[in-house]
Design a protein around this ligand. Structure first.
Ligand SMILES: Nc1ncnc2c1ncn2[C@@H]1O[C@H](COP(=O)(O)OP(=O)(O)OP(=O)(O)O)[C@@H](O)[C@H]1O
Ligand SMILES: [Mg+2]
Length: 344
């Protein structure tokens, strides 16, 4: 069981600072997801926790022990990468056993561990196969099994599913959620995919250029974004942000919380013109031009268009200041929105 604390972590490569000052506590037994766009510092953060990378300054604690000067192999951590790097000439059993032999684990115990872990990840029928005779998902399971036999205190995973096709990825996501429940070990999982982050994590850490923009549960980060960056990173299509409605204030609303027919007592009602309509199945994505800017609407409403009125409930409106920080939606802002000319 392990709590991990990153304290005043700074990381620079040569003179380029990629993480200015990171503070983060990862709760024991949590499934924490680090998410953010390419280059924001997710892998660097994970590698510093594992010990593969050393912070330029700051401390990392695992269960109250400062591990900054402790070797990766002695931190009680296992890491699973995107390219699982299995030994091609060894069969599944030998791939899993390799690290145990290195650690001089006795034979009986090795066999017991392999049996137990392969049962959990469903590899028992494949123990004698070489990696090239396995599917992508099965290879991923070997990489997991290899990490699991070490009985780590913490699992670190860096985009472990990105080599798999969409269907297998969805299946492996569920398997990892179940694995986490079963083991109760702390998982730290890195992805740039917000859907993956939202579906897997009980704790989401959204990063941007080495800074944490928000850290919340999936529900909270969707319903209560603290800034425009978060509001637009989580959810597809991203939240609409209009800055031309009220001077100095940005108004946000989600495409899926916008109506194209009249609703009772709306908080916002503006006229628009449909530019494109994309059929997704039951739902449609509309791109709509308004005199306050372009807006996306995701709805099951199938309108003839092109003229339309889009309306949003008061509870679905968000306010941000001109720096993009969330501010309270006041009755003053609401009355300014109500007084807006609809325009056409
Ligand atoms: N060894 C290195 N030397 C120099 N710069 C590096 C090194 N490793 C990472 N960086 C830089 O640090 C920044 C963060 O990289 P990092 O790999 O942590 O991003 P990431 O969030 O994992 O991105 P991705 O989603 O593309 O994997 C990037 O600008 C990257 O170019
Ligand atoms: Mg990365």
């Amino acid at each position: 069981m392990s709590t991990i604390i990153l304290k005043d972590i700074k990381k620079a490569f040569d003179k380029e600072v990629v993480i200015p000052n990171l503070n983060l506590t990862i709760d024991d037994g949590s499934f924490t997801v680090l998410v953010g766009p390419s280059g924001c510092g997710k892998s660097t953060t994970l590698r510093m926790i594992s010990g593969l990378e050393k912070p330029s300054s700051g401390d990392i604690f695992i269960d109250d022990e400062n591990v900054v000067n402790i070797d990766p192999g002695k931190r009680g951590i296992a890491m699973v990468f995107q390219n699982y790097a299995l030994y091609p000439v060894m069969n599944v059993r030998d791939n899993i056993e390799f690290g145990l032999k290195n650690k001089k684990v006795p034979r009986d115990e090795r066999e017991k561990l392999i049996k137990e872990v392969c049962e959990i990840v469903g590899l028992t029928p494949y123990l004698d196969r070489k990696p090239n005779a396995l599917s992508g998902g099965q290879r991923q399971r070997v990489a997991l099994a290899r990490a699991m036999v070490k009985k780590p205190k913490v699992f670190l995973m860096d985009e472990p599913l990105s080599n798999l096709d969409a269907k297998l990825r969805a299946q492996m996501r569920i398997e990892l959620i179940e694995l986490h429940k079963r083991l109760g070990t702390t998982f730290i999982y890195v992805t740039h995919d917000q859907v993956e982050a939202m579906s897997m994590g009980d704790n989401i850490v959204l990063m941007d250029n080495g800074i944490i923009r928000q850290r919340s549960s999936p529900k909270e980060i969707y319903h209560n974004p603290q800034n425009v960056y978060t509001a637009q990173f989580i959810g597809t299509p991203p939240m609409n942000i209009l800055s031309a409605l009220i001077p100095g204030i940005q108004i946000g609303f989600r495409p899926e919380k916008t109506a194209l027919t009249h609703i009772e007592n709306p908080g916002l009602s503006i006229k628009g013109k449909v530019l494109t309509k994309e059929q997704l199945g039951a739902e449609m994505n509309y791109s709509i031009e308004t005199s306050y800017g372009k807006v996306m609407v995701k709805t099951e409403e199938d309108i003839a268009g092109p003229e339309c009125t889009l309306e949003v409930r008061k509870e679905q409106l968000f306010a941000f200041d001109d720096q993009g920080q969330r501010i309270e939606m006041t009755s003053e802002i609401l009355s300014k929105l109500a007084a807006l000319p609809q325009k056409g």
